[in-house]
Design a protein around this ligand. Sequence first.
Ligand SMILES: Nc1ncnc2c1ncn2[C@@H]1O[C@H](COP(=O)(O)OP(=O)(O)OP(=O)(O)O)[C@@H](O)[C@H]1O
Length: 255
Amino acid sequence: MSEQAAEEKTPSGAGDGELVLSVTELVAGYDRIEALHGIDIEVRAGEAVTLIGANGAGKTTLLGTIAGLLKAWRGRIQFAGEDVTRWSAERRTRAGLALVPEGRRVFAGLTVEENLHLGAYSRARSSTAEGLATVYELFPKLKDRRRQPAGTMSGGEQQMLAIGRALMSRPKLLLLDEPSLGLAPLAVREVADALVELAGRDTTLALVEQNAQVAFHVAQRGYLLDRGRVVTAGSVDELRDDPRVHQAYLGQPAQ
Ligand SMILES: Nc1ncnc2c1ncn2[C@@H]1O[C@H](COP(=O)(O)OP(=O)(O)OP(=O)(O)O)[C@@H](O)[C@H]1O
């Protein structure tokens, strides 16, 4: 076995890249309702990691707490070598943590390109042009439609735009909340393929998905959440065969 292949088989399934995100014993929730009861996850540079689980498992809450939209009650969030647990969401964004929230929130009245420019708010003009070129190369459809109002695009195209906008800030970690939700099957496929392409370009990403097919298509490894706890972690192949994953996705084949 080559050295590289041996490294890929580390017990945790995690890669050997530098640690980008480390969440330790994280507890968080809403008002007095505790939704996360001590979560530990990590993401290394270049990895595509998925967070899966049934409705209400805490996936959105976890992404929101990592992004700084919700306060951590206890525990620690380290990002790119810094303890960001008490940082504002904006400061985390500036440090390279980008969240694509559920629901494709694009500015409907603005054109595709105007939406993309908004994602580059903290970048110099020269790098904005570079960012646009990268996004257009990844999503050629967005280039064709760059002068079209975002609100007139299909659901799949709007999702690509939401992802493209997040990429404009050159994130060190891209957090994606249910990018396939509510999309027609063809659009789900398009978005999943785009994420595979993105992951193949060394973008580090953490993907929350209800759709296990998409999650397993895009990610190399993942965590299964259940009622606010990580119940298992492993490679996509391990998760695919895990009865607990099948149970979480009852009624939906986890292939
Ligand atoms: N705004 C809120 N106020 C109070 N409780 C909430 C709120 N949002 C989520 N919860 C609760 O927190 C827990 C975790 O929910 P969360 O939305 O994070 O789960 P999820 O895994 O993302 O599920 P889904 O796939 O349905 O979005 C659930 O018990 C949910 O009822």
